[in-house]
Each structure stands twice: as structure tokens, then as C-alpha cells.
Design a protein around this ligand. Structure first.
Ligand SMILES: [Zn+2]
Length: 478
């Protein structure tokens, strides 16, 4: 590892700052773009470490860039800090019990994500100071990953221009590098306005917006047979026009997600969905308007950077877990239903395709999967979406997962919120910070790595340039 082997020690020296950051942000549990306290907490630490803070970036009050150093290479490190509605849960308790009934909770681990990325940014800064290395480190405080897609607004504003590479991570149940692409996604509200009337006494005077919403979804469900099989369309009723059947519903609203492997494919399906919505309005004598929530591009993998991260993950080795930490993990595994627990060996077998059945059985029996998943180059597309996709169109990106949660638990669950202040998450976020900072050191010290990553990025763009899927007039909404 050369000189960079001192990086893990530099990060361990300041570990308490970043585990405390995780704990604070976990407690705030703010959502979407309303992340004032969380952003204040992260900015205060980075400012104290000598970073220059720019708040209110790209029209989002609690989006920020914290920069240190100057000149090339410029490395971006991405941090997220939004929680999820309805996932409030008491810390450490292996039993579903919200702190605040109906409150928000960090059920996707973004409190750890922001803190691990901040620890990485400070770690590489300390290393650069120690070694007299030049270059720029930029921490991107990215709001609204779960809903709202802050990074897509960042990308539209061009704030990643000038970076040589961007690195990030996500707390997970295993140690791996993300090697799959993801789906581009438009998230759009379709609103219908009708005319209210007494549904029994004067139905002829009414024009039902709820009928329009239903007809729209019937139309879209027929559309499914005539689109590419990789596409996904989901919808939810966000307004049903009231709870009384004897009042003709004057308003209705549906939130649609339209996903496909490429943004151009989403665009063409979106146009057909719009026609269906217009048709539903015409059929019912109502009016239709649409409102963008957000949109994200598909993710472009960068195996050059991904392999560099994997090499550092492997060199760093396993996190040592104590008996009490393993017991803590087991207490949460005991809350999983039988069906979920039975899926664990199949998941492990997918991660370790070359492993013998006995090895898979042994790994599946562990409360925390501490083994390092081999690097798997793949053409597979994750059937999901991320706003890191937009970043990946502008700059080579790599991201890792580190094991922060008991094996078998799932993202967006009360169990993840409950583990959010535990030593599992604390150790997992520091491990991620070390791998990111070690890879940042490779980028600083090995110009060939940057050149190769950029060449791969160009190959994957196949002559296309990034076009934000969000129309220019759409602003991020709190
Ligand atoms: Zn997440």
C-alpha cells in the first residue's frame, strides 16, 4: 500500500467525530429537501476541518459543496443525509416500536452515508497535508436521494464539471462494489380536475376526476404489453378526491414512476403515458395537468475505478466484530420471518458464484456477512434507480457497499433504523471511509488510473452527452 497505509489510522484518530455525526443526523431524521439540521451538522464538522462551504447549491437550501485544496486532480465524494417517512424506530431495540408514531426514520442508513463520506473527505485531506500532495477534495452534500433526486438537480446545474472522479458508498448487508447499471426514472404527478356534484341527486352535473384517474391507470395497464420488457411503470393515488361516494370527486392525483434502462426509452414511454392521461381527461370531461417531481438518468458503471475500490477493500480486510456485536445482530435476525431467513443462502450464492455449497452454508449462517464479495463485471441492470446515475454521466463514478446491518435485513425497514446508532453502523461507516480515502489516494498518486477511468467513461457514453431528464423550468420542491 506504500505511504497510503497510514490512511486507516488517520481516519481512526477522528472516528468519534464521525460516529457522533451519524448519531446526530440519525436523530434529526429529516426528509427530502428539508434537511437544515443535518446539513448544519455536516457543514460544521467540515468547516472545522478547513473545508470551504458553499450552501444553497443548485437552488436547494440544504445542498452544499465543501471544498479543500486546489488544482488537479479533483475528487468528488458524495454524501446523502435524508431519512424516510414512517420509519421512526427506537434505537437498538429488536422490536418494532417507533420513537414518534408516524415519524421519520433513517431506514436506509443515510445518516451513516453522510458521516462515512465526510470521514473519507477529511481522511484524504489529512493524508494530502501529511504528504504534501496537491489536488482538490470536494464533498457534495446531496439532499433528497429517497425522493426528489437532489443529485439530478446538481447534475443539471453542472456542479460536477471539472471533477476527475467521484466516489461514494451505501451502508448495506455485505461488502461489495456496485457493478450493475440502473434504470432511468421519471417521477411525475398527473392531476385531474373535474366538477363536484351530488352523486345521487344531480350526477349529470358532475365530472369525476376520480374516474379520470382510474381510466388513466386502466389505459396504462393496457400499455404494458406494448413496451420493452425491461421497463417498469408504477403508480400510487396521492389524491382520491375525498372519502365520500355520494359526492362526485372534483380532484384526483396519481404519482407515476416510469423506468427503463435508458432515458430516451423512458421519454418515449412517458409521451405515451401522457397521451393516455389526456385521453382519460377527454373521456370524462375533466382537465389534466402534470407536475414533475424528479427524474434520474441510468447509471454508467466504471470498472476501472470499481476495481481500484475493490483492491482497497480487499487489502483492508475484514472488520473484526466482537461477540456482543454479533449477538446484537442475531437479536435482529430473530425478528425476520421464516421466508426472509430462507432466502439468505440464495443471496450469498449470488454474491459468491464460485463458492462450494459448504462455504455458502457457513457464510449464510453468519449474523454479519463479513466476507468480501468478488468483483463481478456484468451487463446486468439493477431493477431500481438512483440519482448517482446523473453523476455517472458527467464524471467516472465508483461506489461500494459495506456490511453495516445483520444479514437478511432489508433496506427501508424498521430494523435498519433500529441499528442506526449501533457499533455495526459505526464500524461499517469507518470501513467505507477508509476504502474511499485509499482510492482517493490512488487517484492522487496514479495519473494512469484517472486516464484509464476517463477512457472507460468515454467508451460507455458512446458519443452521447448528458442531457438532464428534468425540464429546465422544474425546481426542486420541499
Ligand atoms: Zn439509500
Amino acid at each position: 500500500m506504500g505511504n497510503k497505509k497510514q490512511i486507516p489510522g488517520l481516519i481512526d484518530k477522528k472516528a468519534a467525530i464521525f460516529t457522533a455525526m451519524n448519531d446526530r443526523v440519525w436523530e434529526y431524521a429529516e426528509i427530502r429537501f428539508g434537511l437544515k439540521n443535518s446539513a448544519d451538522t455536516i457543514c460544521a464538522v467540515l468547516e472545522g476541518e478547513g473545508f470551504t462551504i458553499e450552501r444553497g447549491v443548485a437552488g436547494m437550501a440544504h445542498a452544499f459543496i465543501a471544498a479543500w485544496g486546489s488544482g488537479a486532480p479533483a475528487i468528488g465524494i458524495l454524501g446523502e443525509y435524508d431519512a424516510l417517512p414512517g420509519l421512526s424506530q427506537q434505537a437498538g431495540l429488536p422490536e418494532k416500536k417507533p420513537l414518534i408514531v408516524g415519524g421519520n426514520g433513517h431506514g436506509c442508513g443515510h445518516s451513516a452515508l453522510c458521516a462515512g463520506s465526510a470521514a473519507a473527505a477529511v481522511g484524504i485531506k489529512d493524508y494530502m497535508q501529511d504528504q504534501g500532495l496537491s489536488g482538490t477534495v470536494k464533498y457534495y452534500g446531496c439532499p433528497a436521494e429517497e425522493s426528489g433526486s437532489g443529485k439530478a438537480y446538481f447534475a443539471r446545474a453542472g456542479v460536477f464539471n471539472g471533477l476527475d472522479a467521484a466516489l461514494t458508498w451505501h451502508p448495506m448487508m455485505e461488502n461489495s462494489v456496485w457493478t450493475m447499471s440502473s434504470l432511468a426514472n421519471y417521477q411525475i404527478f398527473f392531476n385531474f380536475k373535474g366538477v363536484s356534484a351530488h352523486a345521487a341527486a344531480a350526477p349529470e352535473n358532475g365530472r369525476s376526476a376520480l374516474d379520470a384517474a382510474e381510466l388513466m391507470s386502466v389505459g396504462v395497464n393496457y400499455l404494458r404489453e406494448h413496451i420493452i420488457p425491461e421497463a417498469r411503470i408504477h403508480y400510487a393515488y396521492t389524491d382520491v378526491g375525498g372519502g365520500l361516494p355520494n359526492v362526485v370527486q372534483a380532484s384526483s392525483e396519481l404519482l407515476y414512476f416510469i423506468r427503463a434502462p435508458k432515458a430516451a426509452q423512458v421519454q418515449s414511454i412517458f409521451e405515451r403515458v401522457c397521451d393516455i392521461a389526456k385521453g382519460a381527461a377527454l373521456m370524462t370531461g375533466t382537465t389534466m395537468s402534470l407536475r414533475w417531481d424528479s427524474a434520474v438518468a441510468n447509471y454508467l458503471v466504471n470498472n476501472t475505478l470499481g476495481k481500484a475500490m475493490h483492491a482497497n477493500m480487499s487489502a483492508l480486510g475484514k472488520v473484526p466484530w466482537t461477540e456482543s456485536e454479533l449477538a446484537f445482530a442475531r437479536s435482529f435476525q430473530a425478528t425476520l420471518d421464516e421466508g426472509t431467513r430462507k432466502t439468505i443462502p440464495a443471496v450469498v450464492a449470488r454474491y459468491f458464484p464460485g463458492a462450494a455449497p459448504a462455504e455458502i452454508e457457513a457464510m449464510a449462517a453468519k449474523p454479519i456477512l463479513d466476507d468480501i464479495v468478488p468483483y463481478q463485471e456484468t451487463d446486468k441492470v439493477l431493477p431500481g434507480s438512483t440519482d448517482v446515475g446523473d453523476v455517472s454521466w458527467q464524471v467516472p463514478v465508483a461506489q461500494i457497499f459495506t456490511a453495516c446491518y445483520p444479514q437478511g435485513t432489508v433496506s427501508h425497514s424498521w430494523q435498519l433504523t433500529a441499528c442506526g446508532q449501533s457499533p455495526l453502523v459505526h464500524k461499517g461507516l469507518l470501513q467505507a471511509a477508509k476504502i474511499i480515502a485509499l482510492t482517493a489516494a490512488d487517484i492522487l498518486e496514479n495519473p494512469q488510473l484517472v486516464a484509464d477511468a476517463k477512457a472507460e467513461h468515454q467508451r460507455r457514453l458512446v458519443g452521447e452527452t448528458y442531457r438532464s431528464p428534468i425540464p429546465p423550468e422544474v425546481k426542486p420542491e420541499e
